[in-house]
Ligand binder design. Structure first.
Ligand code: IGP
Length: 260
């Protein structure tokens, strides 16, 4: 069984438990639930850097990236650097994140926040909203077309942006629909962990122009961004390259400075 299948099996158990502990009515009554969200897609269309900077402590492909940071410093650092948005891993078992991390990021900055999670149930979208997210991620590799439609329309009804992630042509064809805002191409194969920017390049031509194109993973230098921009990419999701340093905020600052 590949790692993605394992993650999804664990996720189903986790979500069932969470649902039994906190009813949806309680999520809907939270203060953040009625907050006005900001659009990451709009930021990417209007702000030049295009950087979406991620908070990620560890991952199945790299084990530990950085355990010694606090989310508040990372969030304020990214905001001061001028990123377009921040991605916060909330999966605990495989990525060492939590919904508390999302809440801390929300309390620390005004950036649009992406809940980086393996979403398999509408309940997780309500959680995203209740803990301060502006954007959700949907991963085509683990969802049917019907689920992508149901979840993205539900997110839109809550004023959340939707980033749909694909890794190949089949996933892309399966997923195209008007309730998505951004199409992310993951350069890392979540089943084998292989990384190649070629994935972003080859899929770019078949992504319709009405979606903001985001290239995800394995971006470690300015050259990669310059290489991807001619293919129409306006968003660049970067985790490890910033998180492996002692000060992700100042790494992002340097990165964005040398971009312009
Ligand atoms: O650390 P990187 O190589 O810069 O990658 C960031 C981000 O793209 C990656 O964390 C990611 C992309 N899609 C995901 C889905 C689930 C978990 C994590 C991810």
């Amino acid at each position: 069984m590949n790692i993605l299948d394992k993650i999804v099996i664990d996720k189903r158990k986790e979500v069932a438990l969470r649902k039994s502990l906190i009813p949806t009515s309680q999520l809907e009554q939270s203060v953040l639930f009625s907050r006005n969200t900001t659009s990451l897609a709009n930021n990417l269309r209007n702000i030049k850097s295009g950087i979406i900077a991620e908070h990620k402590r560890r991952s199945p492909s790299k084990s530990v990236i950085n355990n010694g940071l606090n989310v508040q410093d990372v969030a304020t650092g990214y905001e001061n650097a001028g990123v377009c948005g921040m991605s916060v891993l909330t999966d605990g078992k495989y990525f060492g994140g939590s919904l508390d991390d999302l809440l801390t990021a929300r309390a620390s900055c005004n950036l649009p926040l992406l809940r980086k999670e393996f979403i398999i149930d509408e309940y997780q979208i309500l959680e995203a909203k209740a803990y301060g997210a502006d954007v959700i991620l949907l991963i085509a590799a683990i969802l049917t077309r019907e689920e992508i439609k149901q979840f993205s329309e539900f997110a839109k009804s809550l004023n959340l942006d939707v980033l749909l992630e694909v890794h190949n042509e089949d996933e892309l064809h399966k997923s195209i629909m008007p309730s998505l805002d951004m199409l992310g191409v993951n350069n890392r194969n979540l089943k084998t962990f292989e990384v190649s920017l070629e994935t972003s390049k080859s899929l770019s031509t078949i992504i319709p122009d009405d979606f903001v194109k985001v290239s995800e993973s394995g971006i470690s230098n300015i050259a990669a961004i310059k290489e991807l921009q001619p293919y129409g990419y306006q968003g660049f999701l970067i985790g490890e390259n910033f998180m492996k340093t002692d000060n992700p905020g100042s790494s992002a600052t340097e990165f964005i400075k040398s971009l312009s």
